[in-house]
Ligand binder design. Structure first.
Ligand SMILES: [Fe+2]
Ligand SMILES: [Fe+2]
Length: 166
């Protein structure tokens, strides 16, 4: 048995997030449809478009390291997204639905932020400068999305703020 290296770990983590992003793409479409507030709907759709670009960036990273772009089942994202589905069903038609959707979306973003931070650090250590730039571009989008979701969550909790936030 050959010894595993950081390169192997990097490839495994890349496959994990590649799989996760594809699941997220589908979930964002559903969440946008379910979301009641127009601001929330727009935020989900915007991030869905960004996610398409993020999947392309990952394909570029696979190319940089000379491996085929292939996903590997991400149990963690499966769990986060099925909890989101549960909220969508249980809170359908209620005033708490959007707050629930936003909380699920933030759990997704936090997982992604953790993954992209790690991937970026490993790409740096492995000397894949071009991959670092690609992973950082996505990391910045995930951070901005998380921030936007926090603002939306506050706006929904305090409808009077809606007029000042938008
Ligand atoms: Fe993403
Ligand atoms: Fe994201």
């Amino acid at each position: 048995m050959t010894e595993k290296t950081l390169d192997d770990l990097f490839l495994d983590a890349l496959k994990d997030i590649y799989f996760a992003e594809k699941q997220i793409l589908k979930a964002l479409q559903k969440m946008a449809r379910a979301c009641q507030s127009p601001e929330g709907k727009m935020a989900f759709l915007k991030h869905k478009d960004e996610t398409e670009g993020q999947i392309e960036r990952l394909q570029q990273v696979f190319e940089i390291i000379g491996k085929p772009a292939r996903g590997k089942t991400c149990e963690a994202m499966g769990g986060i997204l099925s909890e989101g589905e549960e909220i969508m069903e249980d809170y359908k038609g209620s005033i708490a639905l959007d707050a629930g959707l936003i909380s699920s979306a933030q759990a997704v973003e936090h997982y992604e932020i953790a993954r992209y931070r790690t991937l970026k650090a490993w790409a740096e250590q492995l000397g894949y400068a071009d991959a670092v730039a690609l992973l950082d571009a996505t990391l910045q989008e995930e951070l901005a999305t998380d921030q936007k979701l926090s603002e939306l969550g506050e706006m929904l909790a305090n409808p009077k703020a809606a007029k000042t936030v938008a």
